[in-house]
Design a protein around this ligand. Sequence first.
Ligand SMILES: Cc1cc2nc3c(=O)[nH]c(=O)nc-3n(C[C@H](O)[C@H](O)[C@H](O)COP(=O)(O)O)c2cc1C
Length: 211
Amino acid sequence: MSLLDNLQWRYATKKYDPSRKVGEEEIKKIVEAARLAPTSSGLQQFRVIVISNQELKEKIVPIAKGQQTVADCSHLLVFAAWDKYTEERIDSIFNRITEERSLPPEQFKNYTDMLKSVYLNQSADENFVHTARQAYIGFALAIAEAAELKIDSTPMEGFDSDQLDELLNLREKGLRSVTILAVGYRDAENDWLVNMKKVRNPSEEFALELK
Ligand SMILES: Cc1cc2nc3c(=O)[nH]c(=O)nc-3n(C[C@H](O)[C@H](O)[C@H](O)COP(=O)(O)O)c2cc1C
């Protein structure tokens, strides 16, 4: 099946079968899709936290507005972005690029100086608006990869990010949660959404063509 067929197949699963677990290899592939996401300046400003521990998932249910999908899914992926830019964070990826491509060490100096002059002059909150956007790119690719593997998923923004950050000690790691993705296998008999038509704006309204 093509990517488009699989995107038609997927839906925001509302009821999971808690007895069915996704294999670790498949979880790795879903995370890998996020790792391969393009990001602004290639900085990979986000990380993915993989949670399979049942007790921990249950602790997140009240933080996620009581959504039971969080407890019933197989794995919960938390997409967390850098809380701010730092000189070290910017240098780190460019040092890796110069090393892995065997380039001269000063190759990207002008570019990284430019990035630092922009981002380090912004507030941490302004930085986070930008880093969080990058997390959404990885989030989208993870959703697509799950669909390609015929694994159900639920993209979720319905949670209290401050509380989740506290529970997972994300701030100590210089991260803030952005979105969460429940993955698992649907409980088709009890999911009200499973047989509903997928509804989107018609393509001629969606794509505005300028000739
Ligand atoms: C960023 C984002 C946040 C979402 N948050 C939630 C959520 O908290 N709970 C939920 O059940 N669905 C959530 N959804 C699912 C959307 O409601 C769903 O994707 C949308 O209605 C389209 O339906 P489909 O995904 O089934 O095609 C979210 C989707 C996205 C992309």
